[in-house]
Design a protein around this ligand. Sequence first.
Ligand SMILES: Nc1ncnc2c1ncn2[C@@H]1O[C@H](COP(=O)(O)OP(=O)(O)O)[C@@H](O)[C@H]1O
Ligand SMILES: [Mg+2]
Length: 485
Amino acid sequence: MTAGIEIGMDGAGLPVRIDIEELLATRLLVQGNSGSGKSHLLRRLLEESASLVQQVVIDPEGDFVTLADAFGHLVIDAGDYNEREIARMGARVREHRASIVLTLESLELEAQMSCAAAFLSALFDAPRDHWYPALVVVDEAQMFAPAAAGDVSDAVRRTSLAAMTNLMCRGRKRGLAGVIATQRLAKLAKNVAAEASNFLMGRTFLDIDMARAADLLGMERRQAEQIRDLERGRFLALGPAICRRPVAVKIGAVRTSTRMGTHSLLPMPVSEPDNMRTMLFAEMEPDAPPPRSEPRPAPVAADDLIRQLAAADGVDSAHPREDAAQVDPQATEGVVVDVLEAMLADPDSAFQPAALLYQDFTVRCRMHRLTRPPLDLAAFRRRFAMAQAGMLDPADSRWAESLALADRLPEEMLAPFLLLARAAMDGEPCPDDDALGRAYATSSPGRVRRMVEYMEKQGVVVARTDFGGRRSIGIPGLGLSTTAE
Ligand SMILES: Nc1ncnc2c1ncn2[C@@H]1O[C@H](COP(=O)(O)OP(=O)(O)O)[C@@H](O)[C@H]1O
Ligand SMILES: [Mg+2]
């Protein structure tokens, strides 16, 4: 066995091993009721194989973030990014072979599904050059590949299911090896479960799940009764990467704990987390990007920087000229407006991460001979959001009330809210989902709907749909409403 790890002990106290190379080719399904020890098992597998293979963990409960301290996994907190950023990170994870934990804990179910789907699809769609082998561990997989329609929208369920199906059915060629855990086999889409050839079955109460587990293990029903009596942390194992006949395994101890307060027994094996973080999060950090003269440590960040700098052709950044515009606030403001207008003319701009937009902004300002960026990142984001709604002059008193109302909303809702406010002020039809989505940097109608719902909950807007299905949005704080669209 080339790259084996010890997962636990059998009844005789002999080690039970998993061949990681074989696992990459044959995938793994773990089933067991809540509390049976699935997450512990996944953790054992991840810890033992951390030095052998790249690992990607889709973590609905934020259980696995503790791998970061001991093994150097990067934690991506899904709540901090939009869908486009998540997809970009997925692509970079492939490119840089980073081991990561995508924690979805802070999201609601539908958002968890959309986010996991965007991320998994990006892993799957990575260019052939980046098809390195990786374990893709999905805990609570029935959430992402449900067997039946639930209370999420059909579109979201389909997207999520498709991403999971791709992972399990077509991922192998691309180097992706699905390792999925579920509380109930009956709740997991059959085609997703069917593609795993290795199984670890833990305590299972319900007959329907036990029957399916018995089928997968190739056991007689009566024999499978033992699954009901398994203790926590004990699983029946079968599959080409583990053993040819079902073996009862007691899963071994783990080194990290479920939550904070980990015991960091292991130094990071090879990669340098800081370096990796820079590579993955380059241009996405909420902080200002590094100054342009500083060499970027990672090849990809450098590539992006080169692309940015190419736009500034002809500007001698080593010897920038101070210009009158730099000290004349009115001239500076004129440049800011020109630059914002030019950026908005690019239809893709709405979906770029803020840090990338900011970099573009500073480069364009330099082309206008403003050597120091006239706005910091936070101020830029605000101005950009305002400009997206057509508000180029921040001093325009017409907008004062709308801006005050927007203070009750999260920053990323500023642009869509101002768009609604403008339509209301101008007595125009309600912007459609596309327009609101662009302002909110999402192409997901579900996200747009939830955003409007959120605004309603805050009492900032009142949405109304007439019998013809046309929507209008009222803004009580302004005493105005859009017309119906
Ligand atoms: N093999 C094991 N050895 C020691 N403790 C375990 C083992 N398996 C599970 N546990 C403990 O049992 C509890 C439930 O396990 P967990 O993995 O969270 O279950 P599940 O994910 O199936 O709901 C946790 O506190 C975990 O630490
Ligand atoms: Mg669990």
